[in-house]
Ligand binder design. Sequence first.
Ligand code: ATP
Length: 365
Amino acid sequence: MAQIRIENLHKTFDQFAAVHDSNFAIEDGTFFALLGPSGCGKTTTLRMIAGLELPTDGRILLDGEDVTFRRAAARDIAFVFQLFALYPHMNVEQNIGFPLKCQGMPRREIRERVRETARLLRIEDLLPSKTSKLSGGDRQRVALGRAMVRRPKAFLMDEPLGALDAEFRQLMCGELRDLHDRIAATTIYVTHDQLEAMSMADQIAVMNAGRIEQIGTPQEIYDRPASLFVADFIGSPPMNFLHFEAALEPGSRSVQVGNASIAVPEIREGRPSGPLVLGVRPEHIRFSDTGALRGRVFGAEYLGTTQIVTVETEPGRVRARLPSSLPVEVGEIVNLTFRASRLALFDAQTGSAIKTESHESVGHG
Ligand code: ATP
């Protein structure tokens, strides 16, 4: 399998920079997700790695070898699209074996490789079936089989589950990750769906407007977002943002938001000042008798074991994830406390996270 390295990758269409100076390294066997909203440059990045698009600048290295100008067919990488067209006049076995037939592999060998692939995908019983008779999920498995049968160095997947309904997508996410664990193939998976990326990937690169905002494990990205964009994009319901003005000193351990003094992780770098943003995830908020921030309950959404309670406070609306067993009445005045160690601070102008002690600890303190 393969290590993939991207160095200063850049792509412009006319004057428009679709991908801006991207850098990352994917270790052998890693499941790597490229995550971001529509139009942020995910597909363009993937197409350059596949050899379907030429970069304007930068290099692509596959196992240390520069493949930037090598044609797609010579890169030994399999590309799986969302709507992978299967050949309707061939059965499943012929569809999966087709790439090997094109390579001129002897028939007996093709048969063995197709069976082995079908076994891995648990679709052996489907081999004689016509593809037109298959469900969406099975079609996707056959498409994967056709990509896997060549034993490529890496898999590139562009929203492969996009066409499936939500329930099936969840099932396929589990299957794809399970398959990845069994064959340990380096995989780059493009998606705009944070839950897909969070549930499957070892590493996630979050993209925004052609740039990579952050690369990290799902937990690093969730717990210590590098920017307001990442903090907002990851998490459902999203992180709450409270805007305030301040001039903070290194070592500061509290901020004044409206008329509330809120304990925060210690400031470790610089003297953040001007318009700042305090970020708090809904699950790090509790009601208390003497909380820092007062507000009025605006509404509550019941979600089974938890409820999302929206509270109007002076600096803005805050959504808290609380146990459903907690009695909450619309209109009541409540005090909110935040779990200090899990709060994030951002510079409102640059959007960058401010370095605090929480960046130095991975724990859940
Ligand atoms: P989506 O999920 O909607 O496909 P994406 O993140 O994959 O989004 P890209 O398809 O990489 O985004 O597109 C990035 C930007 O580059 C978009 O603004 C798109 O319009 C533009 N773009 C992509 N391909 C071309 C092209 N061939 N010519 C001109 N502009 C292009």
